[in-house]
Design a protein around this ligand. Structure first.
Ligand code: B12
Length: 215
């Protein structure tokens, strides 16, 4: 089987919720020398996009989405040990979290894996994270970067509240803020005073690394 064949099989197995087959396919991909990054970006993420389309087309419903969320966690466990860890001392501390009221954490969990693989120390606040928690952890851990994720139009406004809370606590100038998630745009990031936005985790990690070089 060629690389494209395996990646297509991975995409289809996620899109069709063919859970049993997936771990085997991942291992097959890794054995063939396909990098875990490729398995995630050219396989997993593309499959998830189809799941999203099927949900929108009312082909899948909430129970399927819950299954897929759990499923992705298992898959990450298989792939994570294969991701190249930067051997150097940690290059910087990043606090990440999905904002309050939002339970979507697949994208945020991917961000964590990719940041860690590139040498960042990541403090993950999980999902449904209140602004007070962001402030508390920034005070305690003094990260260089704060990353926020929101997947719905009714939770994205929380990001602005978190930025305001960080300002009020006097930390805004001590951290760079990056935001992401399906409804987020560059314009929205500018509007609420975030430092940047990324369409995907690969771009997000690139931005974080660039910031580290600038510091
Ligand atoms: C899976 C899913 C769920 C699962 C989540 C499981 C989990 N553990 O995360 C469950 C079942 C819990 C769920 C619940 C709900 N969901 Co839902 N869900 C989805 C779905 C199908 C996929 C989301 C996903 O994980 N995508 C895959 C990941 C990889 O993509 P991603 O998160 O966007 O991340 C990528 C980028 O955005 C970026 N990124 C993300 N975050 C960040 C952060 C930073 C800093 C950076 C740099 C990058 C970055 O990197 C990733 C790729 O590289 C979407 C559909 C869609 N098209 O997005 C709907 C969707 C987001 N859900 C939606 C809705 C409405 C709901 C519910 C309200 C449903 C309901 N009626 O109860 C609840 C809300 C619960 C809540 N309070 O949050 C709507 C939101 C619509 C809107 N108005 O905003 C969507 C768009 C579906 C739809 N079209 O109706 N959902």
């Amino acid at each position: 089987m060629s690389e494209t064949d395996i990646l297509n099989k991975i995409i289809n197995s996620i899109a069709n919720l063919d859970i049993q087959n997936f771990p085997k396919l991942c291992e097959e991909a890794l054995n063939k020398g396909i990098s875990p990054t490729k398995v995630i970006t050219n396989g997993l993420v593309k499959g998830l996009a189809i799941v999203g389309e099927k949900f929108e087309a009312k082909e899948y419903f909430i129970p399927e989405l819950i299954v897929i969320g759990e499923y992705v966690k298992k898959v990450m466990k298989i792939l994570k040990p294969h991701m190249k860890k930067t051997e150097m001392v940690k290059i910087g501390k990043v606090v990440i979290g999905t904002v309050q009221g939002d339970l979507h954490d697949i994208g945020k969990n991917l961000l964590k894996i990719f940041l860690e693989a590139d040498g960042f120390e990541v403090i993950d606040l999980g999902n449904d994270t209140p602004k007070e928690k962001f402030v508390e952890i920034v005070r305690k851990e003094k990260p260089l970067i704060v990353g926020m994720s929101a997947l719905t139009t009714f939770t994205m406004q929380e990001m602005e509240k978190i930025i305001e809370a960080l300002k009020e606590a006097g930390f805004r100038n001590q951290v760079k803020i990056i935001i992401g998630g399906a409804p987020i745009t560059k314009k929205f990031a500018e509007m609420i005073g975030a430092d940047d936005y990324a369409r995907d985790v690969i771009e997000g990690v690139k931005i974080c690394k660039r910031w580290m070089d600038e510091i």
